[in-house]
Ligand binder design. Sequence first.
Ligand code: AP5
Length: 198
Amino acid sequence: MRLLLIGPPGSGKGTQAVRIAEHYGLEHISSGDLLRRHVADGTSIGRAVEQCINQGDLVPDGIVMDILRKPVEAASKRAGYVLDGFPRTVEQAEAAYLVAKSLGASVRIALHLTVSREELIRRLLARGRQAGRTDDTEEVINHRLQVFNESTSPLLDYYARRETLVSVDGDRPVQEVTCSAIAQLDQLCQQFDAGRHR
Ligand code: AP5
């Protein structure tokens, strides 16, 4: 299975990606985690992207595609993956589609997590106080939400038209969100299987 998690900052993509990946035996691949690791390690990529991340801007597509290629190819040879934070633009989605096609990768589902703006800001400010992530400040959170609305939300229409888009209310306790996501994913997979055997 290839699953893409789409949602605004703080919607729980990372939290749910770990749980869903564990449930289905998939790899969890997070573009944000990979980029932050480069920054922490002080690599040339890290130095190139640090300012974008700190300001809440998107990192150039070419860099993101480069760091994702290897883990995505490796996971495609196994059971598949849950991609968290990628794609973030229609251009990234089109590039990802071509890569997946060339790998002969199967079922792709886009899972959209919906959460109210107030709750997103509450969660991110709380994490900023506890964990000190550099982009969890009020000003940068507002900018990240704006970037999501302008650049990433068009993906919802893109996937609704081309692929299978599932929406889950993420404004609930973590375990409830996970159960609801898995129930919807199981149902979809059954529909795919039934279609294949028809
Ligand atoms: P990225 O790391 O992807 O950050 P994000 O999209 O801003 O998302 P967050 O990690 O803040 O939130 P999340 O939705 O994963 O929620 P989480 O589970 O962590 O990207 C960071 C930056 O990297 C970008 O701004 C950009 O610069 C760059 N980047 C990354 N990918 C890119 C790409 N493809 N192209 C270009 N640039 C890219 O939860 C958040 C908090 O809420 C946590 O404290 C968690 O414990 C809590 N929480 C989660 N679920 C619940 C719940 N149900 N109830 C209560 N609290 C909850």
